[in-house]
Design a protein around this ligand. Structure first.
Ligand SMILES: N[C@@H](CCC(=O)N[C@@H](CS)C(=O)NCC(=O)O)C(=O)O
Length: 215
């Protein structure tokens, strides 16, 4: 298998967590020469985005959630799905709530990075929404140390990369540690940096951020 991926992309990072946690043999590469809008790449993913997984049979699968679910179906052991239907629903809920209620204000804030073009009211409103989204996620989390309990699940695949960006946004907008008011998420934030698979992916994202800032 091959994964088209970029170090900093939270969507690609979500898939890399699954790949590393399952110990899968996947060649991880950047988009091909010509980029994500080249006819060659658009043939694999008409949306022109990373990640895309190329299966052993040569089928391209875009969209991070779909790829993570495919990997669970195709390589069920070790499973990143919790055992009970209730916990499976909870893992999906954490991922979904995080993607919508944390991810959307995050996208607004990415549009406000340039201080010269920044609208303080938009930033304040988006940071409030982000904080609200973090509260929702926290409500559905289990006792830990992972998102649900003592095993890494598909919920962690979604949560960890987004929390990396929550950290970046706190620094960028001078608001400090945005996880601090959320005890459970703050503990999760400390855990993810120490955890081997999550820490590895966070390191790759940090390298990607450095490269992005260098231009
Ligand atoms: N819903 C998609 C989102 C993928 C996505 O937006 N990837 C970004 C990188 S973080 C991208 O490739 N952007 C390129 C572009 O928009 O041109 C997923 O879950 O995989």
């Amino acid at each position: 298998m091959k994964l088209y991926s970029l170090g900093l992309s939270p969507f690609a990072a979500r898939v890399r967590i699954s790949i590393y946690a399952k110990g899968l043999d996947v060649e991880i590469v950047p988009p091909p020469e010509g980029g994500m809008k080249s006819p060659e790449y658009l043939g694999l993913n008409p949306m022109g985005r990373v990640p895309v997984l190329i299966t052993d049979e040569g089928h391209p699968i875009p969209e991070s959630e779909t790829i993570v679910e495919y990997l669970e179906d195709r390589f069920p052991s070790p499973s990143l799905r919790p055992a009970s239907p209730e916990d499976k629903a909870r893992a999906r809920l954490i991922a979904r709530v995080d993607e919508i209620y944390v991810g959307q204000p995050m996208i607004t804030l990415f549009g406000q990075f340039d201080p010269a073009k920044r609208d303080a009211a938009v930033v304040d409103q988006a940071l409030l929404k982000l904080d609200e989204g973090l509260s929702y996620v926290e409500r559905f989390m289990g006792p830990g140390p992972y998102a649900l309990g003592d095993k890494l699940t598909t919920a962690d695949c979604q949560l960890t990369p987004n929390l990396f960006f929550v950290g970046v946004l706190g620094q960028t907008f001078g608001r400090g540690d945005l996880l601090e008011p959320h005890d459970r998420l703050a503990a999760y934030g400390r855990m993810m940096r120490e955890e081997p698979v999550l820490g590895r992916v966070l390191g790759e994202m940090a390298e990607g951020l450095k490269a992005f800032r260098r231009g």
